[in-house]
Design a protein around this ligand. Structure first.
Ligand SMILES: Nc1cc(-c2ccc3cc[nH]c3c2)n[nH]1
Length: 244
């Protein structure tokens, strides 16, 4: 997968060169490219923002640097299929695990990091000519720019790509992959500061361990994310209990 990030703070994306994603880039599984929007500014001061039409506080990102940057990125990876352009925004579709799975199937993702009060809306309209454009929110809180949102999305997406994480098994039982939240985990020592690992986990009965973990998932989901319960197929859980 090719990943392009356009930002006025390219160094903000340096952590993507670390750990599993950095290794995947070295191994050629990911082709990660960060573009400095200022390189496409049209004046000697490399200006990328200006005052908003209609007045109001703050500045708006000018259209032309974005138009040239998007054209340049599109030209670097000519392909029949339009790349997906993800525009982090508080007004976007909320990012979730299903979106991460869907985006992990794409060949080319481009991320446009806004700053200031946002990007001139005509850029988004223009981008539809060469990209499949998706405004995306990572949650109902306001950031100062898109870079942090891109870091979140790139990590969530890249880890689903075969070869990026060592053990694909660990993708199977995680939270949100099957609606229920993850169960509590423990490791040595069995007794720590007067607190014990649940006895069932110390025995070798895999069936009992699996049942215990599922019960813990249900308890934790009901307590912390009751909103997920309607999606839970209670009938299949009850059937599981009957068959146990
Ligand atoms: N989920 C979420 C996204 C954002 C966001 C994204 C881009 C910009 C550009 C300027 N402010 C921004 C805020 N805040 N919260």
């Amino acid at each position: 997968m090719r990943l392009d990030v356009i930002s006025i703070f390219p160094e903000y994306l340096n952590p993507l060169q670390l750990s599993l994603i950095g290794r995947a880039a070295e191994d050629g599984i990911l082709d990660l490219n960060v573009t400095n929007l200022r390189d496409f500014a049209t004046d000697k001061h490399r200006k990328v923002d200006d005052t908003p039409y209609g007045g109001g506080a703050g500045m708006v990102m000018m259209p032309e640097p974005w138009g040239q940057a998007l054209d340049a990125v599109r030209a670097q990876a000519p392909a029949e299929k339009k790349p997906v352009l993800i525009v982090p925004s508080p007004a976007g579709t909320v990012f979730n695990q299903k979106m991460a799975y869907d985006l992990a199937e794409e060949d080319h993702l481009v991320f446009a990091c806004g700053r200031y009060e946002g990007i001139d809306e005509r850029v988004i309209e223009y981008a539809h000519e060469n990209f499949t454009v998706i405004p995306v929110s990572i949650g109902d809180y306001v950031l100062n720019g898109g870079e942090v949102a891109v870091m979140v999305m790139v990590e969530a997406i890249a880890r689903l790509i075969p070869g990026v994480i060592g053990n694909p098994e660990s993708l199977v039982e995680e939270s949100h992959s099957d609606v229920l939240l993850e169960y509590p985990v423990y490791t040595k020592p069995a007794s720590w500061r007067g607190r014990e690992v649940p006895e069932v986990l110390l025995g070798g009965n895999h069936h009992r361990v699996a049942r215990h973990r599922r019960d813990e998932q249900i308890k934790r989901t009901a307590a912390r994310r009751p909103d997920l319960i309607p999606q839970l197929d209670v009938e299949s859980l009850n059937r599981r209990d009957r068959d146990a």
